[in-house]
Each structure stands twice: as structure tokens, then as C-alpha cells.
Design a protein around this ligand. Structure first.
Ligand code: FAD
Length: 362
């Protein structure tokens, strides 16, 4: 089939989340040309922040952990500041009757690290290093042809390599000409998108008042609507914020969003006192309602962390010119931000080898 070509490049990257941007950065370092297309009107994908007058609070990922060298290196390269997740103070537990118990449970995120200014700093830092004329927002891939991508508004881009840095289930929903091998099509549809079925409720305050009461901000609940709550404040408690993972199933959330917000504030007040019911800002960020992240299959999240990795049926597709680069296809730490970087590294290595270009270390 013949298509009109608007653009031509070495590598088309679909998706401007952490994996896509990290891959673009590696293409620049290797001296290869690329064009990156992002469906949303902004970069970051699952990495996003609530903007407030005193700073930003993570709406997607909050933490990275020791033993994740790629994320640590990226933070250092971009000149960002890491700080430990606040964990000092007592932990709370709410039973099924709504009774709150002090000092029960454990600080599940103690030992993890956050990024000053929010994880969105990783995205902004990467974007700042990339040539602007190769980054395209509000432009979705619709069909993957042979060395050709058809984009929204009838645009096309041809390339030797195409990298899909989008969740595999979204990749399964694209059209392919010629069609993908059936095993690859089936594999893509079965890989759950990490955290896509979840929602975060964020509340910001003038001051982290719970710390004054000897509380860490960590709480677990069997009552809800929030199931697990953490201190989401910035360095030295500014901006002051709490967040909770919503325990209500995705299918019920959209319809009841206003009620969930009201009940979440009541719950925070049960845990941390009446000040918690007087936030400066609140946000219910429901990732299951984001069509560029979640599919209906993601509305029921996996029970545990899936054993991600690149399935054999997804290797060498389209004569080794079509690559799957999202975190869910990472050789290690799949699902996590570290996995997104590991996946970009793996795909970059294959492309650079094929193009015979010299990679710059890092
Ligand atoms: C609530 C939540 C909490 C999390 N907590 C953590 C944590 O604490 N630590 C951690 O390490 N990880 C965490 N994660 C996971 C982390 O967010 C991901 O590992 C990482 O952001 C994935 O990056 P990615 O680039 O692979 O995918 P994405 O961020 O999903 O990026 C894919 C991009 O592709 C775009 N796109 C989709 N379809 C198309 C199309 N057809 N055309 C063009 N563009 C398209 C999307 O808009 C998106 O920008 C969390 C995720 C969520 C949602």
C-alpha cells in the first residue's frame, strides 16, 4: 500500500513518556535522527503533577528506590535533588468500623526516595535536552505500516525503525499493515499496564500539621475510600500534602468521583484531625479514565506486580524494525520508571547497532 510521506527520519518514536523521551535522548547522543509523536497535549504520560502555589505534588509515580541505577543517574545528570520519603512518626490503621488505631502497621515506603519538585522534573529535564522541532504534541499514531507511521490529522512519517513507547495494550489497539503476527497481537493485549487501573487522591495544606502530632502521614484503611495514605509533601514539608490510593474499584469511581472526594476528606479528618478537612487544593487523579494510559482491561488491576519482560513474540517484529519500548517490556524492573529507562536502553542498543552509529556512553 502506498502512503504520502510528510516526514522521513531514522527512528519514529511513538509516546512521550519517560521511555520515549529517554530513547529520544539516546538517539541524539548516538547522532541518529528521530521524530517523536505524543498523543497528549503534554509530555510525561503516567508522570504528572498537581501544580500548586507552593509547589508540585506527584499524581503518578512518587518513589524510586536504592538499587535503581538508571533513575539515580538521570536525576544526577539533570541536576535534580532526591530526598527520602518522610517516614518519621507513628502510623495509623483504620478498621472496618472506621475506628482509628495508632501505632499499628508499618511504614511501607520507608527507605524510598522522592524528587524535589516532583517526578515531572525528569520529564521537563529530558525535554529541555531534545531538539524542539523533533517533538510533536497532540499527535497520535493510528496505523503502523512497513517503515511508515500514519498519524492523526492524516500525517505520515517514514523511518527505518519504529519504537512504540506506549503501554502494550494501547499498542494492541493500533492498526498494522501488514498485520502483526497473531502471537504478537495476542501478547500485547495480555500485558497489564502497571498502575493504570489506580487512582490517587491528593490534598494540599499550608503546613504538614500531622507531623506536629507525631504522625508520619502513613495510614492503612479497611474502611475507605482511601486504602493506603502517605505524606506527599516536598522537601522540609513544603508543599504540605497527603495522598491516598483510592480503594474503590475503577468501574465505580467515575460515576461517584464527587462523593469519593468528599468521603476521602472525611477519612483524612478521622486520621489526622479536623485540619485535614480544610485543604488548599484537592485532586482525584483517576488513571483508569485516561484513554492514553488505560484500556477497559486495565480497570481490574493485577493482584501483584506482574513478571514483566519482553515476550519472545515481540522480538524481531517487522524484520527487527518495530520495537516495543514501554516499561512493561523492560528487561528488568518492568512497570517502574527504572524499567522505562531500561527498556529505552535496550531498544536504543538494537537500533544503534542496526544503524551502525557510534553510541556515546550514557
Ligand atoms: C498512580 C501511579 C503510581 C506509580 N507509582 C510509581 C512509583 O512510585 N515508582 C515507579 O517507579 N513507578 C511508578 N508508577 C509507574 C510509572 O509511572 C511508569 O513506570 C512510567 O511512567 C512508564 O513510562 P512509559 O514511558 O513506559 O509509559 P507512559 O508513561 O504510559 O508513556 C506512554 C506515552 O505514550 C502516549 N501514547 C499512548 N498512545 C499513543 C499513541 N497512539 N500515539 C502517540 N502517543 C501515545 C501516552 O500519552 C504517554 O505519554 C506509577 C504509575 C501510576 C499511574
Amino acid at each position: 500500500m502506498g502512503y504520502r510521506t510528510d516526514m522521513s527520519t531514522d527512528v519514529v518514536i511513538i509516546g512521550g513518556g519517560l521511555a520515549g523521551l529517554a530513547l529520544a535522548s539516546r538517539m541524539v547522543k548516538a547522532g541518529l535522527s528521530f521524530q517523536l509523536f505524543e498523543a497528549r497535549p503534554h509530555f510525561g504520560g503516567r508522570i504528572a503533577a498537581l501544580e500548586g502555589p507552593s509547589g508540585r505534588v506527584d499524581l503518578g509515580p512518587s518513589w524510586f528506590w536504592p538499587g535503581q541505577p538508571r533513575i539515580a543517574q538521570l536525576i544526577a545528570e539533570l541536576g535534580l535533588q532526591a530526598f527520602p520519603q518522610h517516614a518519621a512518626g507513628e502510623i495509623l490503621f483504620e478498621d472496618t468500623t472506621g475506628k482509628v488505631h495508632r501505632g499499628v502497621g508499618f511504614a511501607s515506603m520507608e527507605g524510598s526516595f522522592r524528587v524535589d519538585g516532583g517526578m515531572i522534573g525528569l520529564i521537563e529535564g529530558l525535554v529541555a535536552t531534545l531538539p524542539k522541532d523533533r517533538l510533536h504534541l497532540s499527535c497520535a499514531a493510528e496505523m503502523i505500516g512497513n517503515g511508515m507511521v500514519q498519524l492523526s490529522e492524516g500525517r505520515h512519517c517514514s523511518a527505518r525503525h519504529v519504537a512504540l513507547a506506549i503501554p502494550p495494550r494501547l499498542a494492541a489497539g493500533l492498526r498494522y499493515d501488514p498485520p502483526l503476527p497473531e502471537a504478537a497481537q495476542v501478547a500485547l493485549a495480555t500485558i497489564p499496564t502497571w498502575m493504570a487501573g489506580h487512582a490517587k487522591f491528593v490534598a494540599t495544606y499550608d503546613h504538614p500539621f500531622w507531623r506536629d502530632k507525631g504522625l508520619s502521614g502513613d495510614a492503612m484503611s479497611r474502611n475507605g475510600p482511601l486504602a493506603e495514605i502517605h505524606d506527599a509533601s516536598g522537601v522540609e514539608g513544603s508543599p504540605a500534602a497527603l495522598f491516598g490510593f483510592v480503594g474503590v474499584p475503577a468501574t465505580a469511581r467515575k460515576e461517584h468521583a464527587a462523593k469519593i472526594k468528599e468521603m476521602a476528606l472525611q477519612q483524612l479528618a478521622r486520621f489526622f484531625g479536623p485540619d485535614a478537612a480544610q485543604p488548599k487544593q484537592v485532586r482525584l487523579q483517576d488513571w483508569a479514565c485516561e484513554p492514553w494510559t488505560a484500556t477497559p482491561a486495565d480497570h481490574t488491576p493485577p493482584q501483584g506486580h506482574p513478571d514483566y519482560g519482553l515476550l519472545p513474540s515481540l522480538v524481531g517484529v517487522a524484520d527487527g524494525r518495530l520495537h516495543f519500548a514501554a516499561t512493561e517490556t523492560a528487561p528488568e524492573m518492568g512497570g517502574l520508571m527504572e524499567g522505562a529507562l531500561a527498556s529505552a536502553e535496550r531498544v536504543a542498543r538494537i537500533i544503534i547497532e542496526d544503524m551502525g552509529a557510534a553510541a556515546t556512553p550514557g
